[in-house]
Design a protein around this ligand. Structure first.
Ligand SMILES: C[S@@+](CC[C@H](N)C(=O)[O-])C[C@H]1O[C@@H](n2cnc3c(N)ncnc32)[C@H](O)[C@@H]1O
Length: 213
């Protein structure tokens, strides 16, 4: 490691949850770029100060994002940068022509997030959250995925998201396993999408960055 470069530490996803086939990639990152440390974000401490704090799709799950950022801020040098990207599920995707099954899945997902306590509008709360945690906001931008026609890999990517949330969809009685019928979902979505041959824009992902005064 070069002198003067603050070691990179990643907190959040416990290593054991990374699928085995992806671990070598993470190990290489670890060896070249720094250390990975699994930690509950509100309990993270380290002896060294950091130059930056970055995260994607994290703050929406925290019980109190302002309190966590204030706590992590103590680990940052003055002038350090923070940057987070969070979704805004209050505006669902736009698909023309509409695909009702896709809309249905998005509503199941959003409802499962909401009922599990996640902030579905975290993207639109970044400015206030950073400010309340004592940071000076320096920029905000929005990005969306967009495309047209049908790509099977996009459908499968989306269906894997539904699959991962399915236990919550069932737990909160948003839909039954039979209604979701996860193993045939990709085929059904693909059939509807081929019929519609749509143009689409995803939900919004908001990124904001700021400095510690
Ligand atoms: C949707 S994943 C995002 C993962 C990754 N940042 C990405 O963009 O693909 C949410 C992550 O937040 C982490 N997380 C949620 N609550 C947390 C907490 N209280 N402390 C630390 N990490 C947390 C989870 O471990 C999980 O890795």
């Amino acid at each position: 490691m070069e002198t003067g470069v603050t070691p990179l530490k990643s907190i959040g996803a416990p290593f054991r949850r990374i699928p085995r086939r992806r671990r070598p990639e993470y190990s290489r990152c670890s060896a070249e770029w720094g250390h990975f440390l699994a930690s509950e974000s509100s309990k993270f401490t380290d002896a060294q100060p950091f130059d930056a704090l970055v995260g994607r799709f994290i703050l929406m799950y925290l019980p109190d994002p302002v309190a966590t950022l204030k706590l992590l801020s103590r680990q940052l040098r003055s002038g350090a940068a923070i940057a987070f990207c969070e979704p805004d599920y209050t505006v669902l995707s736009t698909v023309v022509p509409e695909i009702p099954l896709l809309r249905q899945c998005e509503e199941w997902l959003r409802e499962a997030f909401r009922r599990s306590g996640a902030r579905v509008d975290m993207g639109m709360r970044l400015y206030q959250t950073f400010r309340d945690a004592g940071f000076v906001v320096t920029g905000i931008t929005v990005s969306q995925l967009s495309g047209y026609g049908v790509r099977r890999e996009m459908i499968e990517f989306f269906v894997e998201g539904v699959r991962s949330i399915l236990p919550k969809i069932e737990q909160f009685r948003i839909a039954t396993r039979e209604e979701v019928n996860i193993d045939s979902l990709a085929d059904r979505l693909e059939a509807h999408a081929r019929e519609a041959d749509p143009q689409w824009v995803s939900i919004r992902y908001i990124s904001a960055w700021a400095r510690k005064p």
